[in-house]
Design a protein around this ligand. Structure first.
Ligand code: ZN
Length: 296
């Protein structure tokens, strides 16, 4: 795969418009340096650096040339706001596309374990075999015009706001602590959210809770027809803060929030399916680690 033009599945959202067309730059000496300089403690800053240096433009926005010029001056990358505004889902897609179109189209010696026979395989992952899953393609067709402005998560157990002394007893908030709010609404998580919290990256659960609180836009009560019948006043997002995720919600609801935030938006998977070669002849996922990207 060597074309330098492709489309993002989600797209860059700016002032109500969505831009999906990407053009990449050929890899030069600056790009090579940035690709290979992985920042173990700052995985999302590194991904932002890679995208800023590799992408010529998204829609009308020029990105890469200026970043490369600046790198020659001060040996560092400043990630443009346009790139920070990309969804994490599109950053995943861009990492695969940049790797296979501008670097190499395989990742050598990835360890894959067949869950049927237990055999360990060391496989070279062929990035050209990666494609959107069929259900993702369907989703992309369905949402191509309306875009992805919000992620709604319907909760099984729901959230009953605990009493806060001197606040929940105010008249305007009467009855709030007896309501069960069963839908949390989020905006899509962006690269800048992940960069902000990347110090917590190794604690996956804590990392995603911090992103969730930043992306939370509404806490709603929905009836059986899906109609919103009540919305928790927005100041309560701050009053409860991370405690909602650390103390109040149940595990099952926390898991569905995390799953939706990480998997709801369409993205290229870091895997494809191939038969293991054992008797079962079952397809097993050939998965690669993001940390194996851009190796020498
Ligand atoms: Zn097997």
């Amino acid at each position: 795969m060597d074309g330098i033009f492709f489309e993002l599945p989600v797209g860059l959202s700016q002032q109500g418009n969505i831009y999906k067309n990407v053009e990449l730059l050929r890899t030069n000496g600056v790009a090579e340096k940035v690709f290979l300089k992985k920042l173990a403690e700052k995985p999302f800053t590194w991904q932002g650096n890679v995208v800023s240096i590799a992408v010529k433009s998204i829609g009308p926005f020029e990105i890469g040339s200026e970043c490369r010029q600046n790198y020659l001056k001060d040996n560092s990358v400043t990630i443009p706001q346009i790139v920070r505004n990309l969804t994490l889902a599109d950053i995943n897609t861009l990492m695969v596309e940049i790797h296979r179109r501008c670097w190499v189209s395989f990742i050598p010696k990835q360890e894959v374990i067949c869950k049927y026979c237990g055999k360990r395989l060391v496989a070279d992952i062929d990035l050209d075999k990666i494609d959107y899953f069929p259900e993702t393609k369907e989703q992309m067709e369905q949402f191509s015009d309306i875009g992805y402005s919000s992620i709604e998560v319907n909760l099984k157990d729901g959230f009953i706001p605990p009493v806060i002394p001197k606040i929940t007893d105010q008249e305007k908030y009467q009855g709030i602590t007896e309501q069960c709010y069963n839908r949390f609404v989020f905006r899509p998580p962006l690269l800048q959210d992940a960069i902000k919290h990347e110090a917590y990256f190794s604690d996956t659960i804590g990392f995603w809770r911090r992103i969730a609180i930043d992306c939370l836009t509404a806490i709603q009560k929905v009836d059986e027809n899906g109609c919103v019948v009540d919305t928790l006043p927005i100041e309560f997002h701050t009053y409860y803060g991370l405690k909602m995720f650390n103390e109040y919600l149940t595990g099952i609801d926390l898991r569905s929030i995390r799953t939706e935030l990480t998997e709801h938006l369409p993205t290229l998977p870091y895997a494809y399916y191939e038969p293991c070669g054992c008797e079962d002849q079952k397809d097993i996922p050939m998965i690669m680690e993001a940390s194996s990207f851009f190796s020498e």
